[in-house]
Design a protein around this ligand. Structure first.
Ligand code: GLU
Length: 411
């Protein structure tokens, strides 16, 4: 299944609601630039392996390209193109002055030593260093990358240009120009959106059971914050297993268990469940927070939840989307639901340029404002066009991109 083909289907579906001005549609059907790089890395056993990486610069109508870097064995150009496209839409939805980009290396980093991971990260960044920069293209973390790796990236870039420019990458550790609240930003942003949605629908937090697929950065922070907020987290899965507890999982203890053992499996505070069927669990809200193509024709008709909050990028195929629409399931799309990550990346980039660092409360308040406004904008757009949140978010983003193109005098 081509992820990029799915992304383009979403674009076409939005254009059927409202065609964006000028050549926006034609321009957005492919990325502006694609870099494919290969680089050798010395492994601890004395051998050398050549890896392939990508950086896709999809669109820069609204500002420098922006988007994370993924290390994953299934990462290929098709996936990176789709993710870069979604970043373009996402940045426009949440109103940050960036275009969209994404990077990736085809690698299984889980068995790497720390030294190997550092050599791989630095080699990849050396390969793309000539094409990025705070005003050009700004990478960030994504699946299997983290603040430590971002610090190596910033360091490689400083060596490359001969001076420190921390704004070349976001999601850095606090000690080298990171922002407070960046680690939890995707989860926190998703929670603000869910809160807003339930408030608009007149529904109660305490009566809302949540199931989370994926327990990486986004899933864990979302689970912890939602639990603190009073939601009941009834099931959680990761790539290896799943745990269920209908009276609510002890999220803090589950996070500690995962840190200790590497997975959620075997946690004493719940029953073992089938990770492949976790999204079919009885609950009010499901939160796919792992990879693409998780809601498909195979399981869309079996979803019991009334709301899907897409914390992952691209978890729902266009065919599954149709089934969910028919069944009256509300999908809060990735380009809105997980935009908290890039919103705080934008705050980090601003702080790097200011050389002045905000308090956690300031970051949180600014994030809440931005996510609440983005939700209200999308909801209003959906009502105006009698359409879904996904199509509404795309229509709004395409209009904003078209406006920027027009203002620049671009064809
Ligand atoms: N990787 C995250 C995403 O998919 C964050 C990107 C960023 O902060 O630039 O939205």
């Amino acid at each position: 299944m081509s992820v990029f083909a799915n992304a383009l289907k979403q674009l076409e579906a939005a254009a059927a609601v409202a065609v964006p001005a000028g050549e926006t549609m034609a321009v957005l059907k492919q990325p502006k630039r694609i870099f494919e790089v290969s680089f050798p890395v010395h492994l601890d056993d004395g051998s050398t392996r050549v890896f392939t990486g990508y950086r896709v610069q999809y669109d820069d109508s609204r500002g420098p390209y922006k988007g994370g870097i993924r290390f994953h064995p299934q990462t290929d150009l098709d996936e990176v193109k789709a993710l870069a496209f979604w970043m373009t839409i996402k940045c426009a939805v949440v109103g940050v002055p960036f275009g969209g980009g994404k990077g990736g290396v085809t690698v299984e980093p889980k068995n790497f030593s720390e030294a190997e991971l550092e050599r791989l990260s630095r080699a990849y960044f050396r390969a793309i260093a000539p094409f990025v920069g705070p005003d050009v293209d700004v990478p960030a973390p994504d699946v299997n990358t983290n603040p430590k790796i971002m610090a190596w990236f910033a360091d490689e870039y400083a060596r490359y240009v001969g001076r420190q420019l921390p704004g070349v990458v976001t999601g850095k550790p606090l000690s080298v120009g990171g922002s407070k609240g960046r680690m939890s930003a995707t989860g926190q942003g998703g929670l603000f959106v869910l809160d807003e949605h339930l408030r608009n629908e007149g529904r109660e937090v305490a009566e809302t059971r949540i199931v989370i697929q994926g327990f990486g950065n986004a899933g864990q922070h979302f689970a912890r914050l939602a639990d603190e907020r009073g939601y009941r987290i009834v099931a959680v899965s990761d790539s290896r297993g799943a745990m269920l507890n209908t009276s609510g999982l002890d999220v803090q203890a589950l996070i500690e268990h995962k840190n200790k053992t590497g997975g959620v499996s075997g946690f004493v505070g719940g029953q073992q469940a089938d990770p492949n069927r976790i999204l079919e669990t009885e609950c009010e809200v499901i939160v796919p927070a792992a990879l693409e193509n998780q809601l498909t024709l195979d399981n869309a008709s079996k979803i019991q939840a009334g709301v899907v909050l897409e914390l992952a990028n691209g978890p729902t195929t266009p065919e599954a989307d149709e089934v969910l629409i028919e069944r009256g399931v509300v999908v809060i799309p990735d380009v809105l639901a997980n935009a908290g990550g890039v919103a705080v990346s934008y705050f980090e980039w601003v702080q790097n340029r200011q050389g002045y660092y905000w308090s956690y409360d300031e970051v949180r308040a600014q994030l809440e404002k931005r996510m609440t406004v983005a939700y209200a904008d999308v909801r209003q757009e959906a009502e105006a066009h009698h359409t879904t949140f996904r199509k509404a978010a795309f229509v709004m983003a395409l209009r904003r991109i078209a406006e920027a193109r027009e203002a620049r005098g671009w064809q």
